[in-house]
Design a protein around this ligand. Structure first.
Ligand code: FCB
Length: 459
């Protein structure tokens, strides 16, 4: 497997991209903040999930993580020093509403994000706020979580308060990060919080997540009329594992739940009928008006692109009867994720052709490898540098093909708590020594910095 890895770095220059291109890094609250019990933060489903034995590979949690809650000035300095002009972060709902909702938000939570946002602006970083990056307040989970329709109004309430307090300074809002993961990793596969394994629950949770997205858009815009609002989806180009008709049909079905289940309703087409039929009695309860709300116009589509999937017909496996195949002799990251920059171009073309969003941002893209700290204290992550450079080349190609890609956010600024993998997977452009909290720029980060240093092309 590793034999196909490459260190190749295509020649790229910042001038290859539009002058107003957004150059960023992404992070999320639970993965970096730590300070789990500070300043009135309530418990989230990830605190509970991590405390359940056998859920996290190294038995860890995000209780301390990168200690970003205390070290954010240093981290924002690092983001500025990379040359970024944008920074994507998420707002921890349980810091704003420890119980998920209420008449008064937690002022210390509001103050924290207010300082953080001011800190970004002072450093020339455009804030891109994600409202939901998976840290649902536990109190809401105790009442059924996303499977309970009440959570939709709780989310809209949270969006209202967040946009009222921060909308004067935050002009880019992402309602949800990767609803597929919330729904299916969290409620069907059970490998993410809240650890449920039930298709009906997953589909209902998914519907409520999408509904909460749509209903929060006008609320955010009422508070911040000049705000631009979108959603970040995890999308995958899919290929049949073979030329057989069965595998080709399986690929269409797999695409139905992986991609179309989100893209279709968000673009006013409702849930895909072929998949709805396969869901049978597990299909979600959809009330009158829900689909119109989900299709509320957005200003951009966030695409989190990591890897393509190769699909085979596999009768009897789940509602779709499909399986993801992992052929050998394909380049993969340390996670086993296929490295396929061209797949991003294919995906973006498909999105543009079939759905026509006016603007697309790559809101996440990145890789994990087994980083080694040399005796000199450097991290020579040539493979991550190559991954980054080759994916940016793909973005350049997409733009040259006329696709409306307006920005790129690398995942991630810092090594962090990688969900069920704990601290075993490092995705950062900046290395974090979790025993000392020392930050060190990796070779990949240096490469990104040198690309972005060509500041003259910035407007
Ligand atoms: C994405 C998540 C992000 C991070 C990366 C590696 O699915 O949005 O938080 O875990 O994968």
């Amino acid at each position: 497997m590793t034999s196909t890895r490459t260190d190749a770095v295509p020649i790229l220059s910042r001038g290859d991209f539009p002058a107003d291109f957004r150059w960023g890094c992404s992070t999320s609250s639970y993965q970096i903040e730590g300070a789990a019990d500070e300043d009135g933060r309530g418990k989230s489903i990830w605190d509970t999930f991590c405390a359940t034995s056998g859920t996290i590979r190294d038995g860890s949690s995000g209780a301390i993580a990168c200690d970003h809650y205390h070290r954010w000035p240093e981290d924002l300095d690092l983001a500025r020093d990379l040359g970024l002009n944008s920074y994507r972060f998420s707002i921890a709902w349980p810091r704003i509403f420890p119980d998920g909702m209420g008449a008064t938000p937690n002022s210390k939570g509001i103050d924290f994000y207010s300082r953080l946002i001011d800190g970004m602006l002072e450093r020339g970083l455009e804030p891109w706020a994600t409202l939901y990056h998976w840290d649902l307040p536990q109190t809401l989970q105790d009442r059924g979580g996303w499977a309970n329709r009440e959570t939709v109004s709780a989310f809209v309430g949270f969006s209202e308060v967040a946009s009222r307090h921060f909308g004067d300074r935050v002009k880019h809002w992402i309602t949800h990060n990767e609803p597929w993961c919330t729904a299916f990793l969290g409620h069907y596969e059970g490998v993410h919080a809240p650890g449920k394994k039930d298709l009906r629950t997953a589909l209902q949770a998914c519907h409520h997540v999408l509904l909460s997205h749509g209903l929060s858009i006008p609320v955010i815009k009422a508070n911040a009329p000049d705000a631009r609002v979108g959603i970040a989806l995890s999308l995958h180009p899919l290929m049949p594992a073979s030329d057989s008709e069965e595998d080709r049909d399986a690929t269409i079905r797999h695409d139905g739940l992986r991609n179309r289940w989100f893209l279709d309703p968000l673009h006013g087409r409702g849930y895909p009928a072929d998949i709805w039929k396969l869901c049978g009695k597990d299909a979600p309860v959809v009330e009158a008006g829900d689909l119109q709300a989900i299709a509320t116009a957005t200003d951009f589509l966030g695409v989190n692109y990591y890897f393509p999937e190769r699909i085979a017909h596999a009768p009897g496996t789940g509602p779709l009867g499909t399986r993801v195949m992992e052929p050998s002799n394909i380049e993969r990251t340390g996670f086993g994720w296929e490295v396929n920059p061209e797949g991003m171009v294919t995906l973006l073309k498909r999105i543009a052709t079939q759905y026509g969003p006016s603007e697309i941002y790559i809101t996440e893209n990145g890789s994990t490898y087994d980083d080694v700290v040399t005796q000199a204290g450097t991290i020579e992550d040539a493979e991550r540098r190559s991954y980054l450079a080759r994916h940016l080349s793909a973005v350049k190609k997409a733009i040259a093909n006329g696709l409306p890609v307006k920005g790129y956010f690398a995942w991630s600024l810092l090594d962090n708590f990688e969900w069920a993998e704990g601290y075993l997977r490092r995705f950062g452009l900046i290395h974090v020594d979790f025993s000392t909290q020392k930050r060190t720029l990796k070779l990949s980060g240096e490469w990104y910095r040198s690309l972005l240093k060509e500041r003259d092309s910035e407007n």
